[in-house]
Design a protein around this ligand. Structure first.
Ligand code: ATP
Length: 466
């Protein structure tokens, strides 16, 4: 079971080195919720910034937004989420485990994605009759029929009582794009954007996932990075292909090999959609290709529905052609936590450096690495070395996330920095005091070279894009 080992190793490294902790551990944990520690926060922020740069900063046709998690409850009625944002759930009568019926059917090669409950239950019945349907936890064949389980998370924001009734329910957003649709008009009115243009946002989303036991791959609270591109339907095909290529190239740019990602085309589309593809990554830790990002052509469903339910005109007047129409939307939607897991999965490496000695190293893209440079005095109890190392740290930290470390021997410090993926370690030794040079050690090749202290900044410049 190589995959399981790989996942166990990642989970353990994440906890040991302060990347990801299970939430509320001192209270016994809280299922499918995770906290990001120091290095995890840094890595996550770097992935977030890499996305933002490509989606907003480097473009002149996409603007940003940071909308609230809470929105008017009608938002989710208009979008169809209240009625139908659910997954088919089956329960084991013996051990009470909950399972996703569509995932179980997938194991038998049956695609139940967006299929009606009747279809799912007919397939489940056939498998039951053949004695093939078993609880994934205890192996019992005594499982229920599938029923719809809503993924919407409710809150009682602003309610005078604690009780939730249909009138006072407020939802925690299940996806971030809802806020984009609601701020479409304000954005057009305030930022001088003209079609085609996009609105991008990064933020938390909440889903009451039935099964969530794949570490941070599927959690009940997660961050999404979404971009909604508003356009005239006549250019949908062209822009869809453009965004598919841009997103694909983004993965390659950050070191994901072409053979480790693939497009998966949705067979069954929502009635308003014209195209839907997912990017899938071949996770070593999850045993194969799994969805990380969706690229969807959504027609004009979203704005039309919100116009209908709010009574506000959301149409667009093309000043050149004089045509008035409700813009169509093509979206890219990716989970930040899933990208985090993908980059870790890709980076995690065990290398035999000499017989019987294995080093664990995170070969993260240098721009994404949580710490860019670690600075060591060779010995902790030599004040001249310590103050020189501090001086270098104080200079470099103004540009990059650096770490000063004087604990244990240098070999041990290298191992620790390897495990958190630090691309360069700088050691100040006795020669440094004479020749003004330090030893710079490269994480991947482990090669060491002497570099003058005054040349360090220019040496690192360009390696991390700041
Ligand atoms: P899945 O089929 O895996 O449940 P989905 O098709 O419902 O995902 P979308 O609604 O298209 O997902 O969401 C877009 C992206 O948001 C996904 O590709 C994924 O990266 C991320 N995402 C969705 N649900 C979760 C979750 N529960 N935990 C972490 N990331 C998620």
């Amino acid at each position: 079971m190589a995959e399981i080992n790989q996942m166990e190793k990642l989970v353990s490294l994440c906890k040991r080195r302060g990347f990801v902790f299970p939430s509320s551990e001192i209270y016994g944990g809280f299922a499918a919720i995770y906290d990001y520690g120091h290095y995890g926060t840094l890595l996550k922020n770097n992935i977030r910034d890499a996305w933002w740069k490509h989606m907003v900063q480097y473009r002149d046709d996409v603007v940003g937004l940071d909308s609230a998690i809470f929105m008017h409850p009608k938002t989710w009625v208009a979008s169809g989420h209240v009625d139908s944002f659910d997954d088919p759930q089956i329960d084991c009568k013996k051990c009470k485990a909950r399972m996703r019926a569509d995932h179980i059917l997938e194991v038998f090669g049956i695609n139940a994605d967006k299929q009606p409950l009747e279809f799912i239950n007919a397939e489940i019945k056939k498998l039951k009759e053949l004695g093939k349907l078993k609880c994934q936890a205890c192996g019992s064949t005594d499982v229920t029929e599938a029923k719809r389980f809503s993924l919407m998370v409710k809150s009682n924001l602003g309610s005078p009582t604690d009780a939730l009734s249909e009138e006072n329910v407020v939802y925690l957003r299940p996806e971030t794009c809802g806020g984009i649709y609601l701020e479409y008009k304000n954005t057009v009115d305030s930022t001088r954007v003209k079609l085609p243009f996009g609105i991008a946002q990064i933020g938390k989303a909440f889903r009451n996932e039935i099964v969530a036991r794949q570490f941070i791959f599927r959690t009940r609270e997660f961050e999404q990075m979404e971009m909604q591109y508003f356009l005239h339907p006549s250019i949908m095909k062209e822009k869809y292909e453009m965004w598919k290529k841009l997103r694909w190239d983004w993965y390659l740019e950050y070191g994901i090999a072409g053979e480790n990602i693939q497009w998966h085309q949705h067979e069954k589309l929502a009635h308003y959609a014209s195209e839907a593809y997912d990017v899938e990554y071949d996770f070593k830790s999850l045993g194969g290709f799994k969805e990380i990002e969706g690229v969807h052509a959504r027609g004009n469903w979203d704005l039309s529905q919100h116009a209908k339910f709010s009574g506000v005109d959301l149409s667009y007047l093309d000043e050149k052609t004089g045509e008035r129409f409700v813009p169509h939307i093509m979206e890219t939607s990716v989970g930040l936590g899933r990208l985090f897991l993908m980059f870790l999965d890709k980076a995690y490496t065990e290398e035999e450096i000499k017989e019987g000695e294995v080093r664990t190293v995170l070969k993260l893209d240098k721009r994404l690495a949580p710490i860019k440079v670690a600075i060591f005095p060779l010995m902790k109890n030599k004040p001249e070395l310590v103050s020189k190392a501090r001086e270098i740290f104080d200079g470099l930290k103004m540009r990059w996330m650096c770490e000063f470390d004087d604990n244990g021997n240098v070999g041990k410090r290298y191992r620790r920095q390897d495990e958190i993926g630090t691309p360069y370690c700088v050691t100040v030794d006795f020669d440094s005091l004479e020749d003004g040079a330090v030893t710079v050690r490269d994480r991947d090749t482990m090669r060491q070279e002497r570099i003058g202290i005054e040349k360090l900044e220019s040496f690192f410049s360009g390696k991390f894009y700041n």
